[in-house]
Ligand binder design. Structure first.
Ligand code: BDP
Length: 334
């Protein structure tokens, strides 16, 4: 179901019950109906956290803002949804910083392979002053990032052999998210990258249009990709933050008190998502093992890391203004 997003249905519902009892005293209370985008199923950690966010916002604003979450990407694929939130056609969403790169160049720093050493480092850095710099860059493009979710580490998976060294990627057709940096990343490993919407990956693996893809355990499992691509190799090349973002237009309609309530709800949602994430990784790992997936530890990631140096060099040459973000993130992990 693709809703017509340009004509935003910003329903201002009059709350009938309240209106009838206070009709003589004041005008009816109005509720802002907010529509939110989620790519994952409702049971996924992000889906659960977004539902909690919606509930907490409604509670804390006494029903003045009523968010509703649309799961499973029914409102469109991620690059499309980013544009919808930017224009205010949608009110909020959980976005991965990967597909954000083409729109907000600063966020490409987060997509440099191996920029974060661990998910814990990523959380610590994004929760501090460096994270605020990314939030500022997003705000310039009409996206108000209120909190950061985790998405673990992304690893390569494919249909017919384990990937132990970059040589094993030679000639593989690998699906990547929509971002040129990932095309370069797979090229440097010797494979052929195919940018493609998440929703098309399962079928493309099945029909052999691609040989593999890359993602974290919960997405590898919940998307069903593990049913087709049975080799999961722990390259852990990307540790990407995700935002809980609100459309600037929707944000600016709120008074200070309601902005505070929405921000608190987003921070609580991030706490919940991070906690659920850990459990979900273990569950998904077990589920794919039970389905006879071969998990391959990559003992020596340095060969993969070494291949990424040209990407860093070209990136800094092309974006000298972003060099300090790269070096500040690196320095924060010394
Ligand atoms: C998942 C992210 C989601 C991406 C998806 C993908 O949570 O936002 O769209 O990967 O690979 O891990 O497209």
């Amino acid at each position: 179901m693709q809703l017509n997003n340009n004509l935003k249905l910003k329903n201002c519902l009059s709350v009938a019950a309240v209106a009838s009892t206070v009709a003589l005293m004041s005008s009816p209370v109005q509720a802002e109906q907010w529509r939110g985008w989620n790519i994952h199923p409702p049971s996924y950690p992000n889906g659960q956290a977004l539902e909690s966010f919606a509930k907490e916002v409604a509670d804390k604003t006494d029903g003045r803002v009523e968010p509703k979450v649309y799961h499973n990407a029914v409102l469109g694929d991620q690059p499309d949804a980013i544009e919808q939130v930017r224009s205010g056609a949608l009110d909020f969403a959980n976005f991965n910083m990967g597909p954000m790169g083409p729109i907000v160049p600063a966020t490409n720093v987060l997509s440099l392979p191996f920029i974060f050493k661990s998910p814990e480092d990523m959380y610590r850095i994004m929760d501090g002053e460096i994270g605020d710099r990314f939030a500022d860059a997003l705000a310039e493009k009409n996206l108000i990032a209120l909190s950061w979710f985790g998405s673990g580490a992304r690893s390569l998976y494919n249909t017919d052999h384990p990937v132990k060294t970059p040589d094993d990627v030679e000639g593989l057709k690998v699906r990547v998210m929509n971002n040129d940096l990932y095309v370069q990343m797979i090229d440097e490993m010797g494979g052929n990258a195919t940018p493609m919407a998440y929703s098309e990956v399962y079928q493309s693996l099945k029909t052999g249009v691609i040989d593999g893809a890359e993602n974290n355990y919960p997405s590898y499992e919940s998307s069903g990709h593990y049913e087709v691509a049975k080799y999961y190799s722990l390259t852990e090349h990307l540790i990407l933050p995700e935002c809980l973002c609100v459309a600037k237009a929707s944000w600016e309609e709120l008074n200070d008190e309601n902005q505070k309530a929405v921000r608190e709800a987003a921070e609580d949602a991030a706490k919940q998502q991070r906690q659920l994430w850990e459990e979900s990784v273990q569950e998904s790992r077990q589920k794919v093992l039970d389905a006879s997936v071969k998990i391959n530890e990559v003992d020596d990631k340095s060969a993969f890391q070494a291949k990424m140096q040209p990407i860093y060099d070209a990136f800094i040459q092309e974006h000298p203004d972003l060099e300090s973000l790269v070096t500040d993130i690196q320095a924060a992990q010394q």
